[in-house]
Design a protein around this ligand. Sequence first.
Ligand code: GRF
Length: 222
Amino acid sequence: MNADSLPLPIAVLISGGGSNLQALIDGCATGMIPGRIVLVISNNPEAFGIKRAKHHHIPTRIVDHRLYANRAAFDQELARLIDQAEAQLVCLAGFMRVLTADFTHHYAGRLINIHPALLPAFPGLHVQRQAIEAGARFSGATVHFVVPEVDAGPIIVQAVVPVLADDTPDTLAARILHQEHRIYPLAVRWFAQGRLQLEGNRVRVLNADEKEQDVLIHPTGE
Ligand code: GRF
């Protein structure tokens, strides 16, 4: 629980399928995350994740970036809705817009993202293809605090997967996504429990118990 022993109010920003959103919804429902998703925002009106949220009676908003004059105006509308919902943590979950420095500063220390590679390797887009073409033997997923620089910021948790000889970007993406669904709820749980401590660019997880460590030591879940 957070300091008040109340479920942490969380906003989730999406652009697409929302399988990571679903993992967070499920984590809150089971009590694994001592939190409550108070708002889901999508910039894409067609995002399937919006249907997922509605199915669970979570408030949703569409903020279509194409209707805003510039990034600043778009981000201001996002922040207005997030603050109105009184969210204390903002989770980017497949949110495909670059955020302004003003936005990231406003939510400094309470804005997190999931990226389908082992940062700082392979930032940006098409990262599964990047990993295959680089001949990497391992890739994975990273949950990190968001800073103005894209796909940078203090790392909270990572999971590793092998890159197999016959992998395509799609098969590798599926293997990584499976791990994303394990580590994103874990990172949010730690945040909600007030167990993440920033030390410069490093994140210390306070009092990680044996079972949680197990997730990290055996990241493939085998
Ligand atoms: C995930 O791989 C996420 O890491 C990336 O986009 C994908 C979104 O998947 N940024 P979903 O919308 O959560 O299913």
